[in-house]
Design a protein around this ligand. Structure first.
Ligand code: IMP
Ligand code: MG
Length: 194
């Protein structure tokens, strides 16, 4: 029976952030983003969501932004970085690119988790080269002490312990993305990241 196979191939996880905790934090982040749009005059956002890990975060965040009256358009880019969990080297690959032009746009980059900063540094540079007017960054989570690139997110949802986290869009071997909460996995196998 396939259920048995799935449960056998997935490690056990422990809840870190519940659905309610995520909801409350997103509400605060959305308010911060709306306030910054007003303060800087950089409204009319092009939200650039980095897939696959950010799909649930993005779906919830754009609806929070709607409630805070932020005008936006949305586009997606699928990026993967390859490397072992404890390596500081690796390449970022574009699997699918944006459909919208970023030229002269106020871009809000959304990513699931900031670790080495490799993915966001790549995305930020790409958008700068393509002529974005402004780029701000909102990450759902940040793992402190891991940065190897000079990335300073404008908004951070949660600071997480040095563990591999899954759920709410983030995966372990493409499993667990559907969990409505964020949980920690306890092992250190090499993984493909996206
Ligand atoms: P960075 O490029 O090292 O900053 O890693 C960022 C990307 O790796 C994120 O966009 C995630 O897709 C993935 N990633 C990093 N840490 C985790 C984790 O703990 N769980 C799931 N994905 C992760
Ligand atoms: Mg990602």
């Amino acid at each position: 029976m396939s259920d048995k196979v799935v449960s056998m191939s997935r490690p056990k996880v422990a809840v870190l952030f519940s659905e309610n905790m995520i909801k409350a934090r997103l509400e605060m982040l959305g308010k911060e983003i709306a306030e910054r749009c007003i303060k800087t005059g950089n409204g009319d956002l092009l939200v650039v969501s980095l897939l696959k890990g950010s799909f649930i975060f993005t779906a919830d965040m754009v609806r929070v932004l709607h409630r805070h009256k932020v005008k936006l358009q949305l586009d997606f880019m699928t990026l993967s970085s390859y490397g072992k969990a404890k390596e500081s080297v690796g390449n970022v690959v574009i699997h699918s690119d944006l459909k919208e032009s970023v030229r002269d746009r106020n871009v809000l980059l959304l990513d699931d988790i900031l670790e080495s900063g490799r993915t966001l540094a790549f995305a930020q540079k790409l958008l700068e080269e393509r002529g974005a007017k402004s780029i701000s960054i909102c990450v759902l989570m940040e793992k402190p002490g891991k940065l190897v690139h000079d990335i300073k997110p404008n908004h951070v949802g949660f600071v997480v312990p040095d563990k591999f986290v899954v759920g709410y869009g983030l995966d372990y071997a493409n499993y667990y993305r559907e969990l409505p909460y964020i949980a920690a996995v306890d092992d250190d196998k090499p993984r493909k990241r996206d």
